[in-house]
Design a protein around this ligand. Structure first.
Ligand SMILES: O=P(O)(O)OC[C@H]1O[C@H](OP(=O)(O)OP(=O)(O)O)[C@H](O)[C@@H]1O
Ligand SMILES: NC(=O)CC[C@H](N)C(=O)O
Ligand code: SF4
Ligand SMILES: [Mg+2]
Length: 528
């Protein structure tokens, strides 16, 4: 069943290269570019006909240097990062002489078997789990992407989204670059391949200075690993280490989230810093900065929704931030009730904080089917509707006769909340108060999160009172912006992280970079 639903195709191996025009480099998914999945059932909402749409995950990246079974280690790391992207995955490995890569559509576990991993020898590897933001969800755009250059073969895995694609791509094509993919990520390695600097690390630094937007990347050659973060540090990227036994050299690990380290017994060492380029080679770890003048603007939404609570993001436990968001929400918008119920999974930790602060008992009034992932509800609107009912089921015995505070992390179009409020009320709750652990999402993201255009964001077009009416809750309140950024820094602060270190553009419309797509930020009223 899950195979049928989760993937359009499963193909292992490298797809033939196709050149493409820069016009094709656009956010295809935002324009509904993905293939529908036929489930053979009517997926429309029988109650109100409203389709679902949701936030979609980001990519996960992973790199290993100096381990005899680097590909297998990368596989385990990618397994932990599966929540960041479920469309395609890939691993590239090297043994000092040759680079091999295997990519496929679907989940990590569906692509990589023992036999497949056996075809990826070497002590160096990088890996990727993809959720597409630019370029189709197709094998062609699966990562790592490899490009042959005068400095040898370079492979890249990218989390983020670049925003100055057109000009960079046109320039590269004039210089003779032949693009293999329609994804933004390839621009980075094409820039590196076309750089005339003398050393590879100089070529990389020069290329990274030319691209704008969000990039947390890992790269490899036949004998080196590189990791870099854009100067704003939009996306996370952590560095860890497995101590070598009996005097053997250490293994270095890079991952989008530190939860990927735990399975490998790697210790979190530090984050790759915004604007930093790290190289790991036979000579050890070296670091340089390609930009030190840009202010940090790390995505606050990683702490709200994307990352796993058992990860450290920007050096701070996500669990700690989420629990504090819930506590702050209770302080800001308390309500008399009998039961605090989380909308699993992402609402759970904030609900624990809300219950602790308010003194209202906590319980799982909605049970999540664990065989339905985030993936199930993402590809297409009619699928998402069916997905939420398959995914969440109410516990009538807990909800009957109760005044319920329902905690979720975000409302995007509002259709999920509407269905869940109805579900809880239908299960016997006498009152349903909805509390959201972030501010209203009023503007789209251009930095690697596939939020819908402004015209489809409910909070961009309706007041909180109107949203409350739409979702049919007895009351609705969101966490304040100040409450959110403080919740992400309060208590044990991570080194260098302050309330001002975050990008909060989807709540304020105030973007840290100049470039935005005007058509995406028009409200519904002017585009209808
Ligand atoms: O307002 P909407 O557009 O309907 O979407 C908002 C919902 O989508 C996300 O959950 P999702 O089910 O994707 O993931 P989760 O299981 O990690 O919570 C988010 O946590 C909200 O629950
Ligand atoms: N979600 C992401 O980080 C996507 C990476 C890249 N922009 C792609 O579309 O492949
Ligand atoms: S716009 Fe929102 S989702 Fe995008 S990087 Fe900024 S905070 Fe994160
Ligand atoms: Mg959710």
């Amino acid at each position: 069943m899950s195979d049928l639903l989760l993937r359009d195709e499963l193909v292992i191996g490298q797809e033939g290269a196709t050149a493409d025009s820069s016009a094709a480099l656009r956010n295809d998914n935002k324009k509904g570019g993905r293939k529908p999945v036929d489930l053979g059932v009517d997926l429309h909402d029988e109650e109100d006909g409203t389709p679902f749409d949701k936030l979609r995950e980001e990519c996960g990246v992973m790199a290993i240097y100096n381990h005899p079974d680097a590909a297998r280690m990368t596989y385990w790391g990618l397994y932990s990062l599966q929540h960041r992207g479920q469309e395609s995955a890939g691993i590239a490995s090297a043994d000092g002489y040759q680079v091999n890569d295997i990519k496929g559509m679907g989940l990590v576990s569906e692509i990589f078997t023992d036999e497949v991993l056996g075809r990826l020898p070497g002590h160096i590897a990088i890996g990727h789990t993809r959720y597409s933001t630019t370029g189709d969800s197709a094998l062609l755009n699966a990562q790592p992407i490899s490009v042959e250059s005068t400095k040898g073969l370079i492979a890249i895995a990218h989390n983020g989204n670049l925003i100055n694609l057109g000009t960079a791509k046109e320039r590269l094509e004039r210089d003779g670059a032949i693009f293999q993919t329609t994804s933004d990520s390839e621009i980075i390695i094409q820039l590196i391949a076309h750089s005339t600097k003398n050393t590879l690390i100089d070529c990389m630094a020069e290329a990274l200075m030319q691209v704008e937007g969000a990039f947390s990347i890992v790269m490899m050659t036949r004998n080196r690993i590189f990791a870099a973060r854009d100067p704003h540090g939009f996306r996370p990227l952590a560095m860890g280490r497995i101590e070598g036994k009996d005097g053997a050299p250490d293994t270095f690990v890079f991952a989008s989230e530190t939860c990927a380290f735990d399975l490998l017994h790697a210790k979190y060492e530090r984050d790759v810093k915004p604007g930093e380029l790290v190289m790991v080679s036979e000579d050890g770890v070296t670091s340089r900065y390609f930009n030190t003048t840009t202010e940090q603007a790390s995505c606050v939404f990683e702490h709200v929704y994307f990352a796993r609570p058992d990860s450290k993001i920007y050096g701070r436990w996500v669990q700690q931030s989420r629990e504090e968001m819930g506590r702050q929400l209770a302080r800001e918008s308390g309500v008399a009730a009998d039961l605090v119920v989380p909308v699993p999974d992402s609402g759970v930790t904030a609900a624990i904080g809300y219950a602790a602060e308010s003194g209202i008992p906590f319980n799982f009034g909605l049970i999540r089917n664990h065989y339905v992932g985030r993936t199930f509800i993402q590809p297409e609107q009619r699928v998402r509707d069916f997905g939420v009912r398959m995914k969440l089921n109410p516990m009538r015995n807990l909800l009957e006769g109760k005044r319920v505070v329902l905690i979720d992390d975000s409302i995007i179009r509002g259709t999920t909340s509407r269905k869940i409020v109805r579900m809880v009320r239908a299960a016997g709750a006498t009152e349903v108060h909805l509390r959201i652990s972030c501010p209203p999402t009023i503007s789209p993201c251009f930095y690697g999160v596939d939020t819908p255009s402004k015209k489809d964001l409910i909070a961009a077009n309706k007041s909180v009172a109107e949203i409350c009416e739409f979702v049919e809750a007895d009351s609705l309140a969101y966490l304040s912006l100040v409450g959110l950024t403080h919740a992400c820094t309060k208590g044990e602060p991570a080194h260098g992280l302050s309330p001002g270190s975050f990008c909060t553009a989807c709540y304020t419309g105030d973007y840290p970079t100049q470039w935005v797509d005007v058509s995406e930020i028009l409200p519904a009223v002017t585009t209808a």
